[in-house]
Ligand binder design. Structure first.
Ligand code: DC
Length: 200
């Protein structure tokens, strides 16, 4: 049985948390597609050409700390390049088609990677709420960014992700929007599960 759940949305909206919880609930595999772009971004920070980095990506590139603000910005920059995106399509589509069900989260899963997914969710929240969440996450890791820096970073990245010509961040026309600004994690996950249950 294949069943794909596409979860898109801007940075730090709660996609990752919701995707993991949904995958665990239904026993599906989960792919955080942002990590692919982060791995390409991290390689370019070490001097590799972005297109070469995307074409030669291996599991070994996914280890190490890819969740830093520098890598996030580098990921968003390489993600505007059509050839980088093209190099990552086949892997994402084959993951989506795996037996047993799959949850993919990213920016273009419902619009480009899996336009026929039976469930498409677009998880969002205000920029301030998202920046506050990311700030708490980074400060727990001991990273020195201030609230203001984190907010500015989130806004810059969202603008770049929304305004690029290749696979811009936007909800698919048939996506269900979940705004997590005023929702607890439990409530957001429950909404997502209810949407999926309604379509299974
Ligand atoms: O989800 P994330 O914050 O880890 O993603 C990092 C960057 O990667 C994001 O700013 C844009 C890019 N990205 C993308 O263009 N398409 C995806 N499907 C996932 C991420």
């Amino acid at each position: 049985m294949t069943f794909t759940i596409a979860i898109d949305g801007p940075a730090a909206a709660g996609k990752g948390t919701i995707s993991k919880a949904v995958a665990a609930h239904f026993g599906f595999a989960h792919l955080d597609t942002g990590l692919l772009y982060r791995a390409v971004g991290a390689k370019t920070l070490r001097g590799t050409d972005p297109i070469e980095a995307a074409k030669s990506l291996t599991a070994e590139d996914m280890v190490g700390d890819l969740r830093t603000p520098e890598v996030a910005q580098a990921a968003s920059k390489v993600a505007v390049i059509a050839e980088v995106r093209a190099a990552l399509v086949a892997f994402q589509r084959s993951f989506a088609a795996r037996d047993g069900g799959a949850v993919l989260d990213g920016r273009d899963i419902g619009t480009v990677i899996c336009p026929d997914a039976p469930v498409k969710l677009f998880v969002t929240a205000s920029a301030e709420v998202r920046a506050e969440r990311r700030f708490l996450e980074l400060s727990q890791k001991g990273l020195p960014d201030t609230r203001e820096q984190v907010l500015a970073d989130v806004i810059t990245r969202d603008e770049r992700d929304r305004e690029r010509s290749e696979a811009p961040l936007k909800p698919a026309t048939d996506a269900v929007i979940i705004d997590t600004s005023d929702l607890s994690i439990e409530a957001a996950v429950a909404k997502a599960i209810a949407q999926i249950d309604a379509r299974r």
